[in-house]
Design a protein around this ligand. Structure first.
Ligand code: CP
Ligand code: NVA
Length: 306
């Protein structure tokens, strides 16, 4: 049966660990100039309904490193679900390419693509989650601390798509996850329920708080993301009034573990959710984290398409 990568939640802890191990091996091979063309002759179609820098370029480069190729399909180009039904797009594309990556507004749309495409489908971000980001995040955390097990990972800000996937990867791999969000910007309750069931198995905890200061105490990882995600632009002003107490600044970082690393999926809105001082400071791992998108996704591509 063909495999997809739609959510971290769909994978067992062992499978996730396997992907991370493979990412580390592929990253090492790449650094030594020894990329193996295991996807030679294979093509990934990349459907984008929203803008992207990291997802677009890291998938494209990942396919090139693996001996394959990638096709960029812009929001204007295929009109997913508008010019043509998702089911038809999926079935047509599956006759041309060996894999599909899609960045969509509604999570249901990537599920529908996966249901109709006979080739693997990868979720490159939806309004619900961002699983490829979470794999790069986990890789960055493992590189810093050796393992996720028992670490305290704190997300400060909006309980958004990035927070959902981070929470799930933490719960699966045994890291304690804490969110500090303003009232009204909580995580999807079903995603929290799922996380609690994963955490019960891995022996980790899930905490949902309001106070960012309490949330960062003893944190080894501090994570933040934009206050306004793509598709929520109409709420920008309202959100800018609510979120300032959730800024990741030098004061907040000083209240965490002295070894704490700071992560952000990027793009960053400097002076809003994160200050320049933190983004460019000694705790920041923002750029290695962005680069790890490519390495983590190479493992996902090999797992699905080789
Ligand atoms: N982090 C991330 O997904 O970045 P892009 O939106 O640039 O792809
Ligand atoms: N939460 C952000 C992530 C961007 C990579 C968004 O959905 O816009």
């Amino acid at each position: 049966m063909k495999k997809d990568f739609i959510a971290v939640a769909d994978y067992s802890p062992e499978a996730l660990q396997g992907l991370l191990d493979l990412a580390i091996t592929l990253k090492k091979e790449h650094a030594q100039g020894g990329n193996q063309p295991v996807l030679k002759g294979k093509v990934l179609a990349m459907i984008f309904q929203k803008p992207s820098l990291r997802t677009r370029v890291s998938f494209d480069m990942a396919m090139r490193h693996l001996g394959g190729d990638a096709l960029y399909l812009s929001p204007a180009e295929i009109g997913l679900g508008q010019r043509e039904s998702i089911a038809d797009v999926a079935r047509v594309l599956a006759g041309y390419v060996e894999g599909i990556m899609a960045r969509v507004f509604e999570h249901q749309h990537v599920l529908e693509l996966a249901q109709w495409a006979s080739v693997p489908v990868i979720n490159g971000l939806s309004d619900y989650n961002h699983p490829c980001q979470a794999m790069a995040d986990a890789l960055t955390i493992v590189e810093a601390f050796g393992s996720m097990k028992g670490l305290n990972v704190t997300f400060i800000g909006d309980g958004n798509n990035v927070a959902v996937s981070l929470m799930h990867v933490c719960a699966k791999l045994g890291a304690n996850f804490t969110l500090a969000s303003p009232d009204g910007y909580d995580l999807n309750p079903q995603a929290v329920k799922l996380a609690q069931s994963f955490a019960a198995k891995s022996g980790s905890t899930i905490r949902l708080l309001r106070d960012p200061h309490e949330a960062v105490k003893n944190a080894e990882v501090i994570y933040t993301d934009t206050w306004t995600s793509m598709g929520q632009e109409a709420e920008t002003k309202k959100r800018e009034a609510v979120f300032p107490p959730y800024q990741v600044n030098a004061q907040l970082v000083s209240e965490a573990s002295p070894e704490a690393i700071v992560l952000h999926c990027l793009p960053a809105h400097r002076g809003h959710e994160i200050t320049d001082e933190v983004a460019d400071g000694p705790h920041s791992r923002l750029f290695p984290q962005a680069h790890n998108r490519m390495h983590a996704q190479k493992a996902i591509l090999v797992h699905l398409m080789a």
